[in-house]
Design a protein around this ligand. Structure first.
Ligand SMILES: [Zn+2]
Length: 441
């Protein structure tokens, strides 16, 4: 159902870039060769007509009935084994073509329609800030795209993909799982109070998220999007989408859109006034299948890298090289964002919280990209990088905060921790806040 939702949202967001990257020449050739040509061949076979229509219909019906009898007979004989097998392997239903695709479309449109008629529930109307210091807080939350934890050298990857971040005073969480395996599913979950167990994008859309509650408590919240859209999360807060009205003459623009670094250009603009600020950056990160388009040429450090729009036509090493170059560029963008925050750290408390929306398969067992049903998804799609940066001076003045977070580096964490940690970072008190899901507590 997630892939149906993705497709529907790509169309709704009018995301031509994503559609263009998926509609490649090899796909068209594939459809032509294996779909249209065989269909034409079959169409050309002369059909033997029976003298009376009921004669032909009778023979076909007899065949169909015969097959149903054989299938039912086989099922009855193996009844015990078949029920057990299907119960133990529930994920097999996703392989039934085309029934599963049709069933998923039906489920998507049913839940979408149910959502249209449900009333919106406002949460956290009791929220207020109870800060221990008069200092202003300037925070940035970065939503990573398609970054998998095991390709971050911060998590022990043998290649140095985080040369810059490894020099920053951050706490890196090594054991974090994503809420879903696609952007449309994960992004609203990262800001929802529902928690992964009770979450659905439709239910999350019908209640306040953490950004609404922070805004209610007096924090200025801004969403900057360089991805497809905010998936409904930024509806009630200030937001801007870089993919619309792009300037093709900008140095950080290529014919594929803006490189993520362009998101930093306008940051100073959002610091006017003396309110606490949270800026959310929705990056394009490692978005596939065109990894090679995600970074400027000077970041093509791992060579040779896949330059096709279809990763499965490249060698495994080339795909991994292209992907690792995207992580190297992400490392650069995140580190540059941290450096910008550092330049404000003498007048304000600053932080950067980073988490990817989901991971990515790079051809392991023939699986590419992401979006597999959670039950089936390999760890590559659900094990994500996440870290919290604060200035060194902050850790020095708050050694207990530093040591508390050290204990969580290996702990089993998830996207469920994000909304409550954001409330904690702004010292927001509200009944929707759960201390046990706050990383800093
Ligand atoms: Zn995504």
């Amino acid at each position: 159902m997630d892939m149906i939702r993705n497709t529907a949202e790509t169309v709704r967001d009018n995301n031509q870039q994503e559609a263009r990257e998926l509609l490649s020449l090899p796909l068209i050739l594939h459809l032509l060769l294996w779909g249209i040509v065989p269909s034409l061949a079959i169409a050309l076979i002369p059909v033997k007509r029976h003298r009376h229509w009921w004669h032909g219909a009778g023979i076909r019906t007899a065949y169909a009935v015969g097959l149903v009898v054989i299938a039912t007979g086989l099922f009855v004989v193996n009844n015990k084994y078949a029920t057990f097998f299907s119960r133990e392997n529930a994920e097999l239903k996703v392989y039934i073509t085309p029934l599963f695709a049709l069933h998923s479309s039906y489920r998507y449109f049913k839940t979408f329609h149910a959502g249209q008629t449900q009333p919106f529930v406002t949460l956290g109307t009791d929220a207020y800030q109870q800060k221990s210091t008069p200092r202003r807080t300037i925070g940035i939350m970065v939503i990573g795209e398609t970054a998998r934890a095991d390709h971050f050298s911060l998590n022990g990857y043998a290649r140095l993909t985080n040369p810059r971040l490894s020099q920053q005073a951050l706490v890196n969480f090594q054991n974090v799982t994503s809420c879903g395996t696609s952007t449309a599913y994960s992004v609203p979950c990262m800001f929802s109070f529902l928690g992964q167990a009770d979450y659905s994008p439709e239910a999350a859309d019908k209640q306040s998220n953490v950004l609404d509650v922070l805004q209610h408590a007096g924090v200025k919240v801004v969403w900057i999007d360089n991805n497809s859209s905010c998936k409904g999360v930024c509806t009630r807060i200030e937001n801007t989408n870089m993919t619309q009205n792009a300037n093709p003459n900008d140095d950080l623009y290529s014919d594929h859109g803006y490189y993520d670094e362009a998101m930093l250009t306008d940051l100073p603009r959002y610091l006017a006034g003396d309110q606490d600020v949270l800026i959310v950056l929705h990056t394009l990160g490692s978005h596939g299948p065109t990894y090679h388009k995600r970074y400027p040429p000077e970041f093509a450090q791992f060579q040779p890298y896949c330059q096709h729009d279809t990763p499965h036509t490249c060698s495994s090493a080339e795909v991994i090289n292209a992907y690792d170059n995207t992580i190297l560029y992400t490392d650069y963008v995140l580190s540059k964002t941290i450096d910008w925050l550092k330049s404000h750290s003498d007048q304000a408390d600053t932080f950067l919280l980073y988490a990817s929306d989901h991971g990515e398969s790079l051809g392991e067992n023939g699986i590419y990209l992401h979006g597999l049903p959670y039950l089936l998804a390999p760890k590559a799609q659900t094990h994500i990088p996440m870290f919290l940066w604060r200035p060194e001076s902050y850790w020095q003045q708050n050694p207990q905060a530093w040591s508390l977070l050290q204990n969580k580096k290996q702990a089993k964490l998830s996207h469920d921790h994000l909304p409550h940690s954001l409330l904690g970072l702004y010292a927001v008190q509200t009944t929707v806040y759960q201390t046990e899901l706050d990383l800093s507590r």
